[in-house]
Design a protein around this ligand. Structure first.
Ligand code: BT5
Length: 312
């Protein structure tokens, strides 16, 4: 959101302030104040104006300005009612040289999973991508996927949903409805990046979290199946704030990941691009490798698809 517009909101949030006072405080013309107020009204903010001045009455339920207002993280938010894919849009920003942008959409028409799989993204879900340029070697970038998984899990848990992490990038909710393995997929993460030999140039972390149940594929679940209500604006703010803290504190990621992991201690089958192995998942190591105890000893897997096997 434009800097002055944000200042207008901050100024009128707590008590009414007159147009001239606001103009003086922000060092802009009264006409400029009026223009910002009109733009905010158009974005859905209810702004009362009477003898006492301008006063913020309500914030829109969702949208770019709504998410940015009160967001305690240095991220610009761009919102769309509908997009093919927030990752694709964030990659456009990357190509323009931008950074620290979060792209949020109400619906995706061409949502993507890993390995060219699709991601079903009906209206009303939480579909977002964060573009950043971390000071990391490309080999360490997976720690950001883990950070996103931790941030999403903790935010879902705060909202009352018992989310757990499946290596490397799924959020699951344990269910007792006869679903396969007693768990359903709540969210997924798709990380894309470009880098040089020693440094990441940009990374886009796409996070998809189901909210309602309509239109979801089999085996999926949404937040509203486990919580009475979800304030998407608040949810996205907390998610972005938590991710922002963790991206600056990689040391904190693994302990938090272990705390929320469903995979550790389970018998798993992991499919990599070249191999398949079965064993007990015993730990996660920086920057995101799963340690699997197999009949041939411990094996570290850097990337792959993991299946939780029922205990023999
Ligand atoms: C993922 O891939 O789990 C990563 C999903 C990332 C989605 C976000 S949304 C915002 C951003 N913009 C994008 O275009 N993408 C990111 P993967 O582990 O490959 O899982 C994909 C598989 O999950 C599919 O093949 C389906 O089986 C299943 N699936 C598809 N849509 C789903 C949904 N909404 N909920 C649960 N499972 C789903």
């Amino acid at each position: 959101m434009q800097e002055t517009r944000r200042s207008v909101l901050d100024a009128i949030a707590d008590e009414p302030i007159s147009g001239p006072d606001l103009a003086a405080r922000l060092d802009v013309s009264r006409a400029a104040v009026w223009k910002h107020v009109e733009a905010l009204r158009e974005a859905g903010f209810e702004i009362e104006s009477d003898d006492a001045g301008y006063r913020l009455d309500s914030v829109p339920a969702y949208g770019g300005e709504a998410i940015e207002f009160g967001l305690d993280a240095p991220l610009e938010v761009e919102y769309h009612d509908s997009l093919p894919s927030t990752n694709a849009r964030a990659r456009e920003f990357a190509a323009e040289g931008a950074t620290d942008v979060a792209v949020v959409a109400d619906e995706q028409t061409g949502g993507r999973g890993r390995l060219d799989r699709g991601w079903v993204s009906p209206p009303g879900g939480i579909w977002l991508s964060v573009l950043c340029r971390p000071d990391l070697p490309p080999a360490h970038a997976p720690i950001l996927t883990l950070a996103a998984a931790v941030a999403a899990t903790e935010t879902a848990r705060e909202a009352g949903v018992d989310a757990r992490i499946k290596w490397p990038n799924d959020l699951l909710v344990p269910v007792a409805d006869g679903s396969e393995n007693g768990e359903r997929k709540l969210a997924g993460i798709l990380t894309e990046m470009e880098g040089e030999a020693d440094r990441v140039s940009w990374v886009v972390i796409g996070i998809g979290i189901n909210v309602g149940a309509d239109g979801l594929p089999e085996g999926a679940t949404g937040l509203l199946a486990h919580a009475d209500m979800v304030d998407r604006r608040r949810f996205v703010q907390r998610l972005l704030e938590r991710f922002d803290t963790l991206r600056d504190d990689p040391e904190a990621v693994l302990p938090a990941w272990r705390e929320h992991a469903l995979t550790i201690g389970q018998r798993v089958r992991v499919e990599t691009s070249t191999d398949e192995l079965v064993g007990e998942a015993v730990d996660i190591e920086f920057p995101g490798s799963l340690v699997v105890d197999t009949d041939d000893g411990p094996i570290r897997v850097h990337a792959g698809d993991c299946e939780h096997l029922r205990p023999a």
